[in-house]
Ligand binder design. Structure first.
Ligand SMILES: CC(C)(COP(=O)(O)OP(=O)(O)OC[C@H]1O[C@@H](n2cnc3c(N)ncnc32)[C@H](O)[C@@H]1OP(=O)(O)O)[C@@H](O)C(=O)NCCC(=O)NCCS
Length: 170
């Protein structure tokens, strides 16, 4: 399903990640600023075509492990949100917006759409982790029904995180 929203009078389309998107996903991901990568790096510090192809592969119905939605402006991906580990007891939610497009409602729009899909698929609970000082993100997650239930320190990146979960009504 396509959903159109306007950002500065240029159409941004929200749609499912497609097989031909691997290159655009690499560019989006590797183009994120240091500040954004500090709080959003599901594929590590940088990514490569093979990693993005693997994400796309896991969106295929035969796999069913991932649901990835992208915000697309012309040929570019400018936002990405996902549900991963769909076959586990703890599906994971993720969200990242290109720096130039932050603060314009795109994150909220992607999140609404992905959570709607989670409900439609009958998921009961979804999980995420968020850097504690990323207040914009965790406040937005609270607005969308996530509740903080724990916290931890990651020695690898020396950051403190909240654990959050959302119980979904069917
Ligand atoms: C956090 C992030 C996903 C939010 O997406 P976004 O498109 O920038 O946010 P939106 O424009 O949809 O705004 C969502 C809410 O946050 C608020 N907000 C956004 N940017 C803000 C800012 N810089 N300062 C204060 N509030 C801000 C908005 O006012 C809005 O609140 P409201 O619903 O009460 O009006 C995005 O900024 C991002 O990708 N950041 C870097 C990567 C990251 O941290 N990802 C999350 C990892 S857990």
């Amino acid at each position: 399903m396509l959903e159109d929203i306007m950002v500065e009078e240029t159409k941004v389309v929200l749609r499912r990640l497609r097989p031909e998107d691997a290159g655009a996903l690499v560019k989006f991901y590797n183009g994120l600023s240091e500040a954004s990568k500090r709080t959003f790096r599901p594929l590590g510090i940088t990514t490569q075509l093979a990693d993005c192809k693997a994400v796309i592969q896991e969106n295929r119905p035969e796999s069913g492990r991932k649901y990835d939605l992208v915000a697309v402006r012309g040929p570019r991906i400018v936002g990405w949100s996902f549900l991963w580990e769909l076959k586990s007891e703890e599906p994971i939610f993720g969200l990242g917006i290109a720096d130039a497009h932050q603060g314009k409602g795109l994150g909220s729009a992607l999140m609404d759409r992905v959570m709607k899909t989670a409900r439609e698929r009958g998921l009961r609970k979804i999980f995420l982790t968020v850097v504690k000082d990323n207040e914009v993100a965790w406040k937005m997650y609270e607005k969308h029904g996530f509740v903080r239930y724990g916290e931890y320190y990651d020695a690898k990146d020396a950051l403190h995180y909240f654990r959050m979960a959302a119980e979904l009504e069917q």
